[in-house]
Design a protein around this ligand. Structure first.
Ligand SMILES: [Mg+2]
Length: 231
C-alpha cells in the first residue's frame, strides 16, 4: 500500500451526515411553520420534494450553471410551490431558518469519529468542501471535529470549487504537500473523485450505497472503517 503524506476529506455525505441532519432540521421547521395547516399533510411528501429540488439545485451548482445565491433563494420557494403552498415570503423565511439551523446539527456518518481518531495522529488532514464558508465551518464545530483538521478549504476561500483542480492545488499549497503524496476521500464521483484525479491526486471513493460506476478510482470503500486497512 502506498504511503501518503496527507489526507484530504470531503465533508457533506462523507463525514457530516447531511441526510440525517437535513431531515431533522426540516422536521422541526415543518412543525414550527405549521405546514400541515398550510395544506401539506405529509412530512414525507415535503421531505421528498425537498430532496428532489435540493439535488437538482446542487447538481446545477456543481456544473457551474447557477451560483450559491440561487440555491438560497430558489430552494424553498420551489419546495413550497411544488407542495402547493403559495407564500413566497414564508418560503424565504423558512430558507433563512434552514440555513441557520442545519449547520448546528451534529450527526456524523457511521464510524466517522473513530476513523478520524485513528487517522489524526498519522496524517495531517484537510477538509476540501464546496459550500457556504460560514456554514461549513459551523457544521465542523457543531459536530466537534474541528480539532482533527489542520485546515478547512472551502470553495469560497480557494476562489474555485470542486471539481476544478485549482481548489485541490490551493489546499496542497497551503499545507505544503505535493499531489503525488496526497489522497482525497469523498462520496461524489464528479466533484471529489474526477476533480482530485485531474489534479494528480489519488482517490478513495466512499460509496456506501454501492452504486455501480465506470469512473477511475484508486480505491473504493463502502464504510469509513475500511480506511484503517488503506491508510
Ligand atoms: Mg460530499
Amino acid at each position: 500500500m502506498k504511503k501518503y503524506a496527507c489526507v484530504l476529506f470531503d465533508l457533506d455525505h462523507t463525514l457530516w451526515d447531511y441526510e440525517a441532519n437535513a431531515e431533522e432540521t426540516l422536521r422541526e421547521l415543518f412543525a414550527r411553520f405549521r405546514m400541515e395547516e398550510r395544506g401539506v399533510t405529509s412530512f414525507r411528501f415535503f421531505h421528498e420534494t425537498f430532496r428532489r429540488v435540493n439535488l437538482d439545485l446542487w447538481d446545477r451548482y456543481d456544473r457551474g450553471l447557477i451560483g450559491q445565491d440561487v440555491i438560497r433563494t430558489e430552494r424553498f420557494t420551489r419546495v413550497f410551490y411544488d407542495t402547493g403552498v403559495d407564500d413566497v415570503r414564508a418560503a424565504l423565511e423558512f430558507s433563512a431558518r434552514y440555513l441557520e439551523e442545519l449547520p448546528l446539527k451534529k450527526s456524523l456518518l457511521p464510524h466517522a469519529r473513530e476513523i478520524l481518531d485513528y487517522l489524526h495522529p498519522r496524517y495531517p488532514m484537510t477538509i476540501v468542501t464546496n459550500g457556504f464558508d460560514e456554514i461549513q465551518t459551523t457544521k465542523i464545530q457543531s459536530a466537534g471535529i474541528g480539532h482533527y483538521f489542520r485546515q478547512v478549504v472551502t470553495s469560497q476561500r480557494a476562489g474555485s470549487k470542486k471539481p476544478s483542480r485549482k481548489i485541490f492545488e490551493f489546499a496542497l499549497r497551503q499545507s505544503g504537500h505535493t499531489p503525488e503524496t496526497a489522497v482525497m476521500i469523498g462520496d461524489n464521483l464528479q466533484t471529489d473523485i474526477a476533480g482530485a484525479d485531474a489534479a494528480g491526486i489519488d482517490t478513495i471513493f466512499y460509496n456506501p450505497a454501492q452504486t455501480p460506476h465506470q469512473a477511475r478510482v484508486t480505491h473504493e470503500i463502502t464504510t469509513l472503517e475500511e480506511l484503517r486497512r488503506l491508510l
